[in-house]
Design a protein around this ligand. Sequence first.
Ligand SMILES: N[C@@H](CCC[C@H](N)C(=O)O)C(=O)O
Length: 312
Amino acid sequence: MSTSPTAPVAFLKGHGTENDFVIVPDPDNAIDLPARAAAALCDRRAGIGGDGLLHVVRSAAHPEARAMAGEAEWFMDYRNADGSIAEMCGNGVRVFARYLQRAGHVTAGDLAVATRGGVKRVHLAKSADHAVTGSEDGDITVRMGRAVLPDDGVTVAVGGREWPARNVNMGNPHAVAFVDDLAHAGDLFSGPPVSPASVYPDGVNVEFVVDRGPRHVAMRVHERGSGETRSCGTGACAVAVAAARRDGTDPAVTGAPVTYTVDLPGGRLVITEHPDGEIDMTGPAVIVAEGYLDPAWFETAFATRPEARSNG
Ligand SMILES: N[C@@H](CCC[C@H](N)C(=O)O)C(=O)O
């Protein structure tokens, strides 16, 4: 049973390759966080500010996660900055795991996190082990599951240019377009039109990708519900999968795992796809602050916010 809080609500702020999140620990699912409260927390001017919200709840205490409680003690109840729900957030899972480690709920090693996209296996490296990303706290690897690639023939358009895009589902929907120059994506103040729109009835995350070298790409992303962000973990996986099909390195065909380095405005993620289709994402995760929400502010934001505002 969730209620509006009367005591101060604790929060933390964290990021994974600068995809930033407000974290609200709430093991018993006692805090009601409707879309307007999530959007208020993520508001960069009138709230804490973030690309999304990580509501940290015990799986057994959340109706959407109860069935996963036997496999994963903790549920990542994720919201986009506009308050909308998404199935998965790759950077979010790493930051979620870092929070659990900092709070003493888990130690370095392996753990499972329940998400709306199913249970994700996470490996928290020891702090000395940061060979991939240089993270001082140690890299975190998430087994992201398998990509689904419907053959839909979608296109993405910006500023009079149009590109064919690959439809990749990583639990959440992506359209991946290979471009000559990341500047061609424009200002990304709004979501680039993707056609036919009917392919993505619930909206889509759009990635623009350029080559940097063999199995090395760079990308920008416009995220559904959050706008342009400095990184997207599921997006980086979608990009690596699309690049492997384009490059003839699809592990299901070659029988060998393939690793892509994906550079984002906020940092670097390393993505390995295995012959069975399973995808591993490795990157950093950092907690930057913690504190308490002002109860009066939270009550006001909770009660009066009429609709989601822009996250810009
Ligand atoms: N930034 C995330 C993706 C968050 C969800 C996305 N905006 C959606 O609506 O699908 C990531 O790191 O994967």
